[in-house]
Structures are given as C-alpha cells and as structure tokens.
Design a binder for this molecule. Structure first.
Ligand SMILES: *Cc1c(COP(=O)(O)O)cnc(C)c1O
Length: 796
C-alpha cells in the first residue's frame, strides 16, 4: 500500500484534537468526538489560506464583494472542505489507520440548513465559487439557531419539528466578540440644526460569527459572517433580586428572538414585524461592518463604489438602500445627492421571482413604526426618482400605503439581474417593465450555476473518477472541459463505465435510503426524481397524477411490456401552505396504495423519503436517471436542481421554463424530453375561461386519475381530504396541470421508449454531462464580476 506522505501527519493531528479539544482518549471516543477531532484538524489547515487571502486583499487595496442574503443553505462542511483542500486520499488513509468509517463520520455532521431552497443554496454555491476564483468577498447572513424545520410524515401528512443544529459545538465557527454592532429599532426622529438624529426605542447587539469558506485547491478562503442577536443588557438584576427570575431574563429572550428562527415561507411573503426586523438586523450589521472596514482601509467615502460592491440576494436586504444613505447622511454628514449616488454605485439587486405573492411589501405604517428614519428616506428617494424621471405615479416605491421593496431595490441599484435568460426577459417585460423603460441599461442577466466541487466531485465519486480517468482532473476548476467527454459518448467502454457508475449510485440508494423506507427498489428501473420545495407552480401534482394514470394502465394490462420505474419525491411545504401540504399527503397516500399492489409492483413504485435537504440531494441526484423539471412555463425563475441533475448524467423531462431553456440549448433538443406550453402560451391559456375543464374532458387518463382521487381510492374510500384540491384543479387550475397533462403523459412514454435502448440512453446521458459545463457557478460568478461588480480576482 502506498502511504500518502501527509496521512501520518493527519492521523497525529486528529489524535491531538481528540485529546486536546475533545478531552477524550481513543478508547472512550464516540463518533461525535472523532468527527469534531477530524473537523478541527481540517479547520486548522484552512486558517493559513484564509489569513493569506485577507492579507493579500488588504495589501493590494482590492475591491471587495459583499453578498447579503437572508439564507445560506450550506449543508455539511467537512466532506466539502476535505475535497477542496485535496486531502481526500490522505484522509482516507489516516481514518483507515485509526479504524474509522469515513462515511459514518461525515454523516454525523448536521446540515447547516439556514435556507429554504434554491435561493439559499445559490448563495452557498456562490460563496464557494468566489473562494475558488480568489475573488475577495464576504457573505453576510443570520446565524439562525434553528434552521429550516425538520419534516416527518404522520399518516402521510407533513409534521414539522424544530431543527437544532447548534445544540452541539459548531467546529467551523469563529466567534468575534470584538465585532459587535448596536442595531436600533423604533423610537423617534429629531431634527437638530440642519441634521437629523434617530433615537431608537429598542436596540440589540449583532455579534459576528465567522466561517471560512475554502475554495478549490485550498489556496484561498473567504469569510461567511453570520450575525447572532444578543441583548444590550443581559439581565434585569432588580427584577431578579426581587425574585421574578423569568421576567428578569426577558430582555435577553426578546433580543435573541431576532436570530432564533429562519422563516420557512418559501417564496410567499411573510408579513410579520419580526421578519422586517430580521431583514434590517442583517442589513444594518453588514453595512456598519462594511463601512468600518472600508474607512480603515481607504478613508475617503467618495472611493466607496470603486472599492465595495454589494449584492442583494432578492429584496430581503433591500433596506440596504435607505440604510446606507442614512449612514452616509446622518452619521457622515454627506448631502442627499452624494449619498444617493454613492449608494447606487455600490448596491446591486438580484431578482428571484415574478410570483406576485412573493414580491415583498410592507405597510408604510409598519415601516414608519419599526424604522421611522428609513421611512423618511424612502419617501425622499421616491420623490427624487419621480422628479428625475418624470415617471407616472403607478411606478413608484410607495403606493397605496405600501412600501414596494422590489421598486426600492431597483431604484437604489446600479445593476439589477435576473437569474436565467427567460427570467430576465420576463423581468424586463413584466414586473419592472416601466422601470426598465426609464433605465434601459440597468437590467442584466446572470444565469445561475452550481458548484461542481460539491455537486459532482464530492457527491458523485464514481462518476468523478470516471471523468478523471477519461479527461484528467482539470474539469474541477474549469467545467467547460467536460466537453472533452463528447467524443467518448460513442465509445462503448466509456458508456459502460458511465452505466456502472450510475448503477452503483442507484444500488446504494436502493439499499439504504429507500431500503430504510421498507421499499425494494429495482436498480434497473428508471429512477425518476422530483426533489425541490413543494409548491403549486412546481407541479408535483402533475407528476403524481401521471403516476396514477400510469398505474391504472398497468393494472389494466399487467402482462404488458412496461418499463419499470421508481418515482422518487422529496421536498418540504411551508407550514402554512395548505394546498402544498395536501399534495404531500396525496403523494404519500398514492405511494401507500401503489407500493402495496402486487400486480403492478415490478413496474411502478413510489418513494417519498422525508426531510429533503442538501445531504439528501447529494445522495438522490447522482442516482437519478430522469430529472423532473416540470414547472408551469414562466414561473420558475431559474432552478438550480435542474443543473445538478444534468451534471450527474440524468436526462431531463421538462418545460421551457427558467434555466431549462438554456440546459436544452446546451445539451441539444434531442437529448432532452420537452413538453408543455411555452410561457407565452401558458399566459394565454390561463386567461381562457374553462381551460381546465376542457383539458380534463379531453383526457381519459387524467379524468380517470382525478376520479380515483375523488372516490378515495387512495384514502380509505373517503375523497374528502382532496375535494378542495380537486375543485381547484377542475375549476381554476392556475398552474395548468390539466392543460399540460396530455403532453406530459406522452413525454413520459417517450422516456420509457428511450430507456429501452440502453446504449442510446447512456449516449444521451454522456452528452448531458459533456455539455453541462456552462452551469458551473464559476461561470456565473465570472459574469457578476465582469458585468455587475467590476471586481477581479486577487493573485494569491
Ligand atoms: C438545489 C437545491 C434546491 C433547489 O432546487 P430547485 O429544483 O432548483 O428548486 C432546493 N433544495 C435543496 C436542498 C437543494 O440542494
């Protein structure tokens, strides 16, 4: 056996931390102790590149990028750090010497689930790419004590329990008690000889908790700085001494509420005072930190746009516009116009959605009460913009006593970007059509991407190894090099390798996660996967109705030549999103019925493992044959799950929505199962009275499937739980499940036919991988650097 030169050293370091950090001897150590010892060992090795990056950035006076996001859906850190630092083989050897099971150690780490879905995962991929590209950057977020809720099913229904990742030491974190800022709320505003003073009525302390984010090759680490809320006064000692112990702790409890929980409302607006306070808490702490650092390095505020680029991930931190102006005017004495121009030269905004219910608004009453000075500045910004552009009244920030955060973000931004080509076109022609006419150069596109380190090299070692053998390892930092696989798509040996890698991933999924659900999944069946938040526009309903229709057909012809399929669902619904929760229940009910049908069992099974998160995505995606990307055209801004699947050699069945459009252009129309209405056709269809009824009447498969649900075929003879869902599908169907059903069913049969020809399927899968290079978040970040931030990499 060849000994990696570093493994002995790693082994010693792990043993050092086991005793010195964990206070354990090997004989008494638990998996948790070992995992912390290994994590501290890896963390030690991250510190030098981290400090070096900070020093280079400072010495070169380089422009910094600041990424403000209410969500960072990180998942686990250890495995990713080991891969990025090229420690994989040495670590395998060191752990082997210690008699430890690597998978067991990696899986002991709780997911950092500080996000709901795509938006938060994008922020995490961006942080990794910024470090891999050696672009000086800081991510700012909130250190939620409780990340996204845990999901279980009881009688098929979603039950939420609190997530508790910080109920144990967090080895990746450095607490910075020296970086603390006071954040005010409420109170009153006073005019004092020409200036304005805001006297907040409440305040909390924002304390910095830093995590290094190590890039590929371990040469550079940026900082993810998460803010924790702490009280300005710890304890009401008078009350405590008077014996009222619970009341004495109240100030602390109130302050900590701000960083207690992540809002689980995926895409729908949370109209809560607490949410507004959380958004301001993040933004105000970040801006104070940014200005402090800027002033210590550069001094002259007029240099701000040349040295600082701030990206607002959606409108959640859009209060940054008024807050930055407040700091510049009230604290640094600049005039309105100079403050406005500096802010606009610094801030940029990413739009993530066109869904009307997801566009944030706050009543002027609430804004004026929680942030009285900001409300004044918002009015000033609005009046100034009206005067400067002569725009009509309906275009403004404040309308009908509501503050529209999208308009505020747009007006205060140097650049506004959409997240896929189609989405950006729709941003220009719909939500911001009027503002786009006034500022035709402001909106740009940056199609999303995902990091190939986590989503290919780490998540799919079998495929990554095959690619390494075929074209070398250069693809890891330059994903366009996957195109070197293209000629191999016709090579039977390569296709055999591809098939074997996929088969290995499927076998593992079948044995473990699916086996744990009591399912015996056939790894030769099509693994058909739809994993993402449960939302009407993503149309899990369409998928499960197709399953019912298919099951009915198999049932009618059980000796037919059916192509075996395992349909896998994963995803959470927002706790208050009643219709989405009904869809979860339906999937589980249908699964229970179909999985117990001995007549159809070898052809169709349905699995819905609970608590979908990043770690589950890392298991499911590499094992998928078919990627379900079936949202109503015009509704999914981009999607990033779609990209992860493509990179891992799954073929897509999908609509012309979000980045699906670009995925199809890249992989080739003949290697993509397209169906359904276009965004334009969907808009027209939605406006056509009776569209759903007409579509249902035209499809016997759909009619029968809906009928079975109504009769309680999957719910013990009682259809009641589904009446509202069925009623909506028949009479309203805003997301066109019925109108697209026929095309979807037909496309699935094309999938069946294609899967029969294994060699051809493998060729298509190979071409999907070879042509997926564009969907690296490195490409996306290079686009932001060139078109939005005007920032470059710093030589290490
Ligand atoms: C990638 C990812 C998402 C986003 O998936 P979409 O299909 O783009 O909605 C959501 N959740 C997790 C855990 C992910 O890894």
């Amino acid at each position: 056996m060849t000994r990696h030169p570093f493994s002995q050293d790693l082994r010693d370091r792990i043993l050092y931390h086991l005793t010195r950090t964990q206070g354990r001897e090997p004989e008494a150590a638990t998996i948790f102790d070992w995992r912390l010892a290994v994590s501290h060992t890896v963390r030690d090795l991250m510190v030098d590149p981290w400090m070096t990056a900070l020093r280079h950035t400072r010495e070169q006076g380089a422009k910094r990028v600041y990424y403000l996001s209410m969500e960072f859906l990180i998942g686990r850190t250890l495995g990713d750090a080991v891969i990025n630092m090229r420690l994989n083989e040495a670590m395998d050897e060191a752990l082997g010497q210690l008699g430890l099971d690597k998978r067991e150690i990696l899986e002991d780490e709780p997911d950092a689930a500080l996000g709901n879905g795509g938006l938060g995962r994008l922020a995490a991929c961006f942080m990794e790419s910024l470090s891999s590209l050696q672009c000086p950057a800081v991510g700012y977020g909130i250190r939620y004590e409780h990340g996204l809720f845990r999901q279980r099913f009881e009688a098929g229904q979603q039950v939420e329990t609190p997530e508790d990742w910080l109920n144990q030491p967090h080895p990746w974190e450095f607490t910075r008690i020296d970086y603390s800022y006071t954040i005010g709320f409420k109170g009153h505003v006073e005019e004092v000889d020409g200036g304005v003073e805001w006297h907040p009525g409440e305040s909390v302390i924002a304390r910095a908790y830093d995590m290094p984010v190590i890039g590929w090759n371990g040469e550079w680490a940026n900082t993810l700085r998460l803010w924790g809320a702490h009280p300005t006064t710890l304890l009401d000692l008078q009350r405590f001494n008077a014996g009222d112990h619970a009341a004495a702790a109240e100030p602390e409890a109130l302050a900590r509420t701000l960083s207690r929980v992540l809002y689980p409302d995926d895409t729908t607006e949370a109209g809560k005072e607490l949410r507004l306070k959380q958004e301001y808490f993040l933004t105000a702490a970040a801006l104070q930190d940014i200005l402090r650092r800027f002033l210590s390095e550069h001094g002259d505020l007029r240099l701000l746009p040349g040295k600082v680029a701030i990206q607002l991930n959606d409108t959640h931190p859009a209060i940054a516009g008024p807050e930055l102006m407040r700091l510049l005017m009230d604290e640094h004495g600049l005039g309105f116009e100079e403050a406005r121009d500096l802010a606009r030269g610094t801030l940029n905004y990413t739009n993530h959605t066109l869904l009307p219910e997801a566009l944030e608004t706050w009543s002027t009453w609430l804004m004026g009460r929680v942030l009285p000075r900001h409300m004044q500045i918002i009015e000033m910004i609005d009046a100034d913009h009206r005067a400067a552009t002569g725009r009509p009244d309906h275009v403004g920030i404040v309308r009908n006593d509501q503050v529209h955060m999208g308009e505020l973000a747009f007006i205060m931004a140097g650049k506004v970007n959409g997240v896929s080509a189609l989405h950006t076109d729709l941003v220009r022609s719909t939500v911001f059509a009027d503002l786009h006419r006034l500022h035709p150069d402001r909106i740009v596109n940056q199609t999303n991407g995902v990091t190939p380190r986590r989503w290919l090299r780490m998540a799919n070692p079998a495929l990554a190894g095959l690619i390494d053998e075929t074209i070398g390892t250069g693809w890891t930092a330059d994903l366009d090099r996957l195109s070197g696989l293209e000629p191999h798509a016709d090579d039977p040996a390569f296709r055999e390798g591809l098939r074997a890698a996929k088969r290995r991933n499927k076998q593992w999924l079948a044995d473990h996660p699916l086996g744990d659900l009591g399912l015996k999944a056939d790894p030769d069946a099509i693994f058909d996967v739809q994993v993402k938040r449960i939302h009407e526009y993503k149309r899990q309903l369409l998928n499960i109705l197709e399953a019912i229709a298919l099951w009915r057909r198999i049932h009618d012809d059980p000796n037919g030549d059916w192509v075996p399929r395992v349909k896998i669902f994963g995803g959470k619904a927002a706790p208050g999103y009643w219709l989405a929760k009904t869809v979860i229940r339906l999937i589980n009910d249908v699964a229970a019925t179909i999985n117990n049908d001995p007549m159809t069992g070898k052809f169709l099974q349905i699995a819905y493992p609970p608590n979908y998160n990043v770690s589950m995505a890392e298991m499911l995606i590499p094992a998928a044959d078919l990627s379900e990307q079936i949202s109503t055209a015009g509704k999914e801004a981009s999607g990033t799950g779609n990209m992860k699947f493509t990179m891992n050699g799954a073929l897509t069945i999908g609509t012309l929505d979000g980045a699906n459009v670009e995925i199809r252009e890249h992989v080739g129309a003949e290697n993509f199962f397209l169906f359904g209405l276009t965004a334009e056709e969907a808009a027209a269809e939605t406006a056509r009275p009776g569209h759903a009824r007409a579509a249902i009447e035209a499809s016997e498969d759909l009619r029968a499937a809906l009928q079975m649900v109504a009769e309680g075929r999957f719910s013990g003879g009682q259809g009641d739980p589904y009446f509202a869902l069925l009623d909506r599908t028949w009479n309203d169907d805003p997301f066109l499940v019925a109108s697209d059903f026929g095309a979807y069913f037909a496309a699935q049969r094309r999938v069946d036919a294609a899967y029969r020809d294994q060699a051809e399927w493998d060729r298509m899968a190979a071409l999907n991988i070879a042509r997926s290079g564009y969907f690296s978040s490195d490409r996306t970040i290079r686009g932001y650097m060139a078109d939005i931030w005007r920032a470059g990499p710093v030589g290490g």
